[in-house]
Design a protein around this ligand. Structure first.
Ligand code: M6R
Length: 610
């Protein structure tokens, strides 16, 4: 996690660094800092907390600070508490460095540096990397050589931005296993962890590959490969427009992103339907290869893994192929049973999640075919997978994932149809009917679900004082319950658990006492009666029950305290309108409780450490 930015150009770098950091704040917000070249050397301003704290310092103590070159950092703490002294940039009077990643052998390196008379001001692994570069710079006086010698000694992951006192106007950048781009504009060049940080100025960028080192100057960028040879990079163009990364009048990014869901579904699915049939256009995945897969594994983290649960239900139901969903951080260390008959789907919004990336590499080593489902174009997972499908949701800024989840599940529905066709489990006509419903009905259902916002606020008011809360469901409703529960807890800090409704009575029901809210998701026609029995069980023990069901489901008054009726689709697609209202409930609960909706405590959007 952590976000890094750098600018060398003809304009003042300070506002650019601050704006870039604000756009990267979703990657961490424990502290922030900048280091810029001035006439008297390198000036460093850093402070615990949000970027606003740096702005305050700039307004009061550095009103006239101008510099055409500098680097900046926003931190998600790993080594050392959030504090001024642990904030980046780190280094010495000679060099300043910002870092995203983890230096795993920092304790050993610290001993070696101590033996060379270095002392340390922070508890961070980053300071060790900075002092190592300083040591090698002192001996070679050559920044490139110093970086090369230093990174050879680093174990772990890093994206680095470094400036050297004697080289004003130059930013040195290096990366391994943490993302970093170099962006090109007419008025100067940038380094950044991610495209939104520079989108206001340019959409042209290079993706820095493993082991590459770049030297960024106002009018040129030089890139070297791992062996130190000069290389020529292809310029990529991001097609996200700058407004996509702005709030556009919404109070929070999360709310904006929920309202973007109908369009995101259309953008992701419509281009992939041709003559009413799925058209995936995947390199390396012909109909025959799809037919040959005996098993599917979906590997991901957090919300993306929850989207995998819906994918599993859809694929197993339609294509009758066994699907396992695995937590990436577990999968990568369990010596998975995989071979060439396996397809491994790695699902990730950011495409940079460290555990998912490691799971992808491991699956490839085992000879499985890997398919990435990723939102961020050009991200590591997208580039390393054998085949890649993008979800065209546009940038997702709020830490809580919403539209990315909705399009991930929409794409899984499409994949399920494709696999079912290839495995001969459905006819063309059945596929056409199914896809017609997917593309024509689901976006409309989301639009209509969004109109239930006031009703969602009423429910949020009812649950906002709760300490504990349960989501229950059966089948695909249990899949949704898991995501709804994560959404609520991560942004409202209410302790919430999701349970398979029939499983409550095997232990967890002992936690139900007078007034504990239970949100029962009840959208599957064949399971309504079973759900009502489970609802009665918790209600009899004092639960405050809120039922989410289809508009046309009959629910007797005494079954629940609240009933939220949502637009009707075929059962398999019901997770889409259901999650829309459940995201709204989580959002409004967070607002009512006065939480920081877009930047919940302790979290970062892009989890690039394991
Ligand atoms: O970028 P990814 O989809 O790989 O991220 C995975 C999780 O970190 C992410 O989904 C996380 O659980 C969300 N912030 C939850 O809303």
């Amino acid at each position: 996690m952590c976000g890094i930015i750098g600018y060398s150009g003809v304009e003042n770098s300070v506002p650019k660094l601050i704006e870039g950091l604000k756009a990267l704040e979703y990657r961490g917000y424990d502290s922030a800092g900048i280091a810029v070249f001035t006439e008297s050397g390198i000036s460093v301003i850093k402070a615990k907390g949000r970027i606003a704290n740096i702005e305050k310092i700039l307004d009061t103590e550095y009103q006239n600070l101008e510099s055409v070159c500098g680097i900046g950092h926003t931190r998600w703490a790993t080594h050392g508490e959030p504090s001024d002294r642990n904030s980046h940039p780190h280094g010495t009077d000679r060099i300043r460095l910002v870092h995203n990643g983890i230096i795993e052998n920092y304790i050993q390196l610290k001993k070696e540096l101590s033996a060379c008379d270095y002392s340390f001001e922070s508890d961070t692994d980053t300071e060790i990397a900075a002092k190592l570069v300083d040591l090698n710079y002192k001996t070679s006086e050559d920044p490139l050589q110093a970086i090369k010698t230093s990174v050879e000694k680093l174990y772990g992951s890093y994206a680095l931005g470094i400036i050297f006192d004697k080289y004003p106007g130059k930013i040195y950048a290096a990366r391994k296993d943490s993302p970093l781009i170099v962006a090109i504009s007419d008025k100067g060049n940038f380094i950044a962890s991610d495209i939104p940080a520079v989108l206001k100025y340019t959409n042209r960028y290079y993706q820095l590959e493993q082991g590459e080192i770049a030297v960024v100057e106002k009018d040129k960028v030089t890139v070297y490969d791992e062996c130190g040879s000069l290389i020529k990079k292809d310029i990529m163009t991001a097609d996200w427009d700058v407004r996509a990364a702005e709030k556009c009048g919404y109070e929070h990014f999360m709310l904006k992103e929920i309202y973007e869901e109908p369009l995101a579904i259309v953008n992701t699915i419509r281009p992939r339907i041709n003559d009413g049939l799925p058209c995936l256009d995947l390199p390396g995945l012909t109909d025959d290869t799809i037919k040959a897969f005996k098993r599917i594994n979906i590997v991901a983290c957090g919300t993306a893994m929850h989207a995998g649960f819906i994918g599993r239900t859809a694929i197993e139901r339609l294509a009758r192929i066994p699907v396992k969903v695995e937590i990436a951080s577990e999968f990568r260390y369990k010596n998975p049973i995989l071979d060439k008959d396996d397809l491994v789907i790695i699902m990730s919004q950011s495409g940079e999640t460290a555990d998912s990336l490691a799971a992808l590499r491991l699956s490839k080593e085992h000879g499985a075919h890997t398919l990435a489902i990723v939102n961020v174009a050009g991200s590591s997972i997208a580039r390393e997978a054998d085949s890649t499908l993008y979800t065209w949701a546009g940038p997702e800024i709020a830490v809580a994932s919403t539209k990315a989840y909705t399009v991930q599940i929409s794409l899984m529905y499409l994949i399920a149809a494709k696999f079912a066709l290839c495995h001969g489990k459905i006819t063309d006509d059945e596929a056409r009917q199914y896809l017609h419903a997917l593309i024509e009905q689901t976006p409309v259902a989301v639009e209509n679900a969004l109109k239930l916002s006031d009703r969602c606020i009423q429910i949020s008011e009812k649950i906002s004082g709760a300490e504990h809360l349960f989501y229950i469901g059966r089948g695909i409703d249990y899949d949704i319950a898991q995501e709804a529960s994560l959404k609520l807890k991560e942004i409202s800090y209410i302790h919430s658990e999701s349970y398979a409704a029939g499983e409550m009575k095997h232990g967890t029901i002992s936690l139900i006492t007078e007034g504990v809210p239970v949100i029962a998701i009840c959208t599957q026609d064949h399971l309504v009666e079973k759900m009502i029995s489970n609802i009665k069980e918790v209600k009899a023990r004092g639960a405050y029950v809120i039922v989410i069901c289809k508009e046309n489901t009959h629910m007797d008054k005494e079954v629940a305290d609240e009933v939220l009726k949502i637009p009707v689709l075929s059962d398999l697609f019901m997770p889409i309108p259901a999650i829309t209202v459940l995201q709204l409930v989580a959002y409004h609960t967070s607002v009512i409780r006065g939480c920081d909706v877009d930047k919940p405590r302790n979290l970062a959007k892009s989890v690039t450490v394991e």
